[in-house]
Design a protein around this ligand. Structure first.
Ligand code: ZN
Length: 402
């Protein structure tokens, strides 16, 4: 299990920790809750960075964000006397404890806090009640959708604290960069099937790939890294590039695909750039479902049931991505659609979503989901009557598309 690897890599020398606590003391302002949130943000950023380092087989052992998170935890334990009956700190002080905390519902950690901090944390920590913020299913540490959203929401606050290296913020920087301008153009490029690998040759013969690199040089650097792998394969089932965890051990980001692994497709690999795992995980992979929905909407326009649609529109002028699609129906009504391909239906049931007066909101899930999955969501969804869940094939039917 990767967790053990992380532990070996990631312990913090005790002397370093006490130094960090001293540093923390000087810079520490704000309430327990503010600092608790900061600890969790840094913790999640650090998990990301740790995973990147493992994927890149890097020799770097120190992840500043994890040290920062642990030193905040240790400092808060002392400052607020947060110890359990055996005298152990309640908040994580070393990396393995931090991972342990994230592997459980955050509520469990909060429940262990003494009063009045428990009450404060319950009302003050917005991700109270979320399930695990990281998921190490399939030996792979990933940030869950909720964890990712927490990071996104807190990105700006965290970035103000310039104590950390910028590495941890690459993921934010991608979103920040996309948000600066041409969001749709940038995102569409990333999700379109054949841009997860760009060869030097492509930049000569393929005008679209060249345009992306020339128009968005910073984003290009954030999204891609130089390819150093010699054996690259595409997934037979979905077309994404397979990850290679150990030599010869391939898998697809999409867990559904792993039964087709023996049919993997060998790629020609001349010198070039490969999409970073974090981008594949957070943009390219969910993009598959978005593209399917887009295809349905295009057909619905031909059919005449849909007049037009926006992709990733923001609720307010100058913002992006409040919803995946805003669909203007020919009968004058408006539908909002959000593509969701998540294993745990909790993320859909408890999704806090912006709605639009008079518009019906649909979570659209892959056809491969069980009927029961959709039924449970529809029975439990928080915004009864406004929001609902359906599969792509039901969306087709609703829009009169074959
Ligand atoms: Zn696949």
């Amino acid at each position: 299990m990767t967790y053990q690897v992380l532990y070996i890599f990631g312990y913090i020398e005790p002397f370093l920790l006490s130094e960090c606590i001293e540093k923390e003391k000087k810079g520490m302002n704000g309430s327990l809750i503010d600092n608790l949130k900061k600890m969790m943000d840094y913790g999640m950023l650090g998990v990301y960075r740790r995973k990147q380092l493992i994927d890149e087989h890097s020799d770097i052992k120190t992840v500043p964000a994890l040290i920062k998170a642990c030193s905040i935890g240790a400092w808060l334990n002392r400052m607020y006397r947060l110890f359990d009956k055996d005298g152990n700190g309640i908040l994580p002080q070393i990396e393995s404890e931090l991972f342990h905390m994230f592997e459980h519902p955050v509520a469990e950690m909060i429940d262990r806090l003494p009063e009045p901090y428990r009450t404060q944390a319950t009302s003050g920590v917005t991700y109270y009640g979320t399930d695990e913020l990281i998921d190490d299913g399939d030996n792979d540490i990933i940030i869950t959708e909720d964890g990712y959203r927490v990071l996104e929401i807190n990105a700006i606050a965290a970035a103000k604290d310039k104590a950390e290296q910028m590495n941890e913020y690459d993921e934010y920087n991608i979103y920040q960069n996309m948000n600066e301008n041409n969001y749709v153009d940038k995102r569409q490029f990333i999700i379109s099937g054949d841009n997860d690998y760009i060869s030097v040759q492509d930049l000569i013969v393929d005008a679209d790939k060249r345009r992306f690199k020339e128009n968005y040089p910073e984003l290009f650097q954030l999204v891609y890294k130089r390819n150093e792998r010699t054996d690259l394969y595409r997934c037979y089932h979905c077309g994404m590039i397979l990850k290679e965890r150990k030599v010869g051990d391939f898998s697809c980001v999409s867990k559904e695909c792993n039964r087709y692994l023996d049919k993997k497709i060998k790629m020609d690999t001349t010198a070039g750039w490969i999409m970073r795992d974090v981008v594949v995980q957070s943009i390219r992979y969910p993009g598959q479902l978005e593209l399917k929905i887009k295809d349905v909407l295009e057909k619905a326009i031909e059919k005449g049931t849909v007049k037009s649609y926006d992709i990733w529109p923001g609720k307010w002028e100058g913002t992006n991505d409040t919803w995946d699609f805003r669909v203007y129906m020919s009968d004058g009504s408006i539908l909002l659609l959000d593509a969701k391909n998540v294993t745990n239906l909790y993320w859909i049931i408890n999704d806090k979503r912006e709605y639009m007066d008079g518009a019906k909101f649909w979570y659209v899930v892959p056809d491969s989901k069980e009927k029961r999955y959709v039924d449970i969501i529809n029975e439990n969804i928080a915004y009864d009557g406004i929001a609902g869940c359906l599969k792509v094939r039901e969306l087709k039917k609703m829009l009169g598309v074959k």
